[in-house]
Design a protein around this ligand. Structure first.
Ligand code: HEM
Length: 427
């Protein structure tokens, strides 16, 4: 497009039109313009799930902005890290709000990513040709968990120091390469100032760079393939061309922005009403404090490893636990290739429901200290597993015998859970 000062009708182009034409010509924005004009979003019963990816993107932007502001004042050395964070909380203007927003937003982001994973799984949005969209998504979840793990140590407080010691020791359990991984993560045998320097470099350089690349591929693929439509909705409307849709710009984008606004409102309320705690400065030579816990999204693994007996069939319980979680991660990564028809889908759906229940029960188990609360959380987990399964059922093509067997088994498991909970309450 040329930079025409006079329009086709002979009117003089306004300065806005000329500025737009200037950038369109120089940056080659025609492709973006035509994508924006063509992009539509299907409207059906699962459309609200499409908001989750956009909300995650928004929270990621909050992380970048608040992280850069924090980096202006943070000092990554064991002598100064804690004091610099204390100064951010007490002396820097609005520093407490920025730090609280960064920490809360990280947690909300991971929560939304779990939901995004679950809903894209339920819609089977990983189907051909979206396998790589799914794989890059799982990698993004792992990257954000790594952001959380590396960021946790940075304030150099007691809880973070000892939780990092436990967390990195778990990495050391991996057979064969465990010790090398531990040395790589800690920068030595122990958690020291070297570990802090490493975690800082990983948190602010390595992870952002890798994330930009993976996220770039993920978002490119979402644009390339467009939004997928669940099979049930396709069947309901009788074909993709008959499903109603809405232009992305401006109609769906405006709705997306409402989602971002809600996320921002929740974030502002959490950050202002519950400022992130700092605790006490780390004392590497002191005793480990009571109740060391990782962030909530690691609790299910932490609690499972704690409950496992030292030896199972001659193998170290912890080693088996770590291998088990590694295998689970791998299964999630290759889900698009495991779903090969109604039978395998039934098994996958059953496993997904058990995984949701397991995650909730183990997280709540670690979260609540006293037995009555543990009982309540087991009941909640059982309920949730049923809810997640009932949500998954409508998305399965056929109720195969394998599927019915799995539902039956899950029902039995639920009864055992509820029975155990009632027994605990009356005993
Ligand atoms: C920072 C992390 C992530 C960001 C910013 C992100 C962003 C997005 C966005 C904006 C969309 C389009 C709207 C939507 O369907 O929600 C999308 C779609 C998708 N995402 Fe993500 N995502 C992330 C992580 C994940 C994770 C953890 C998974 C699961 C493994 C995943 C799997 C998918 C799939 C399969 C689609 C295609 C949905 C469809 O076509 O219906 N993403 N993502």
């Amino acid at each position: 497009m040329s930079l025409a000062p006079v329009s086709a009708q002979g009117e003089k182009a306004s300065w806005k039109q000329r500025l737009k034409a200037f950038f369109v010509e120089r940056l080659g924005l025609e492709a973006v313009q035509s994508l924006a004009a063509k992009k539509t979003v299907p409207l059906h019963r699962c459309t609200p799930f499409y908001f989750l990816g956009g909300m995650a993107l928004f929270l990621f932007l909050v992380q970048i902005v608040s992280g850069i502001l924090l980096a202006l004042y943070y000092k990554p050395s064991p002598d100064q890290a804690f004091e610099s964070v204390r100064a951010i909380m007490t002396e820097v203007e609005f520093g407490w709000l920025i730090r609280s927003a960064h920490s809360w937003s990280a947690n909300l982001l991971i929560g939304i990513l779990f939901l995004h994973l679950l809903t894209t799984y339920m819609m089977r949005a990983y189907r051909r040709p979206r396998e790589i969209t799914w794989i890059t998504g799982v990698l993004l979840l792992a990257l954000f968990m790594a952001f959380g793990f590396s960021g946790y140590l940075l304030p150099w407080n007691q809880l973070a120091f000892f939780a990092t010691r436990v967390g990195t020791a778990i990495v050391g359990v991996v057979p064969g390469i465990g010790h090398s991984l531990l040395l790589l993560a800690r920068g030595g045998e122990e958690v020291t100032g070297d570990t802090l320097a490493r975690f800082y470099a990983i948190h602010v350089v390595v992870l952002p760079l890798v994330t930009f690349v993976v996220l770039g591929i993920h978002l490119y693929l979402v644009q390339k393939h467009g939004m997928s439509i669940p099979e049930r909705e396709l069947a309901r409307y009788g074909g993709p061309e008959r499903v109603p849709s809405m232009p992305f710009v401006p109609h769906f984008l405006l709705r997306d922005i409402v989602g971002w606004y809600l996320a921002l409102a929740l974030l502002a309320a959490l950050a202002a009403l519950f400022p992130w705690e700092l605790g006490e400065k780390a004392d590497p030579f002191g005793a480990a404090p009571e109740g060391i816990k990782p962030e909530w999204y690691f609790l299910f693994m932490y609690q499972t490893l704690k409950l496992l007996p030292p030896y199972i069939a001659g193998f170290e319980g912890e080693v088996l636990g770590v291998l088990f979680f590694g295998l689970c991660g791998l299964v999630v990564l290759v889900v698009p290739f495991l779903d090969r028809g109604p039978r395998s889908r039934a098994v996958l759906n059953g496993l997904a429901a058990v995984a949701v229940a397991f995650f909730v029960v183990m997280t709540a188990w670690a979260f609540f200290p006293n037995p009555e609360q543990k009982v309540a959380c087991i009941m909640l987990g059982t309920l949730l597993s049923f809810v997640s399964l009932t949500l998954l059922v409508p998305f399965a093509d056929q109720r195969t015998p394998a599927y019915r067997l799995l539902i039956g088994l899950l029902g039995l498991l639920g009864l055992i859970f509820v029975g155990a909970a009632v027994w605990e309450l009356i005993a």
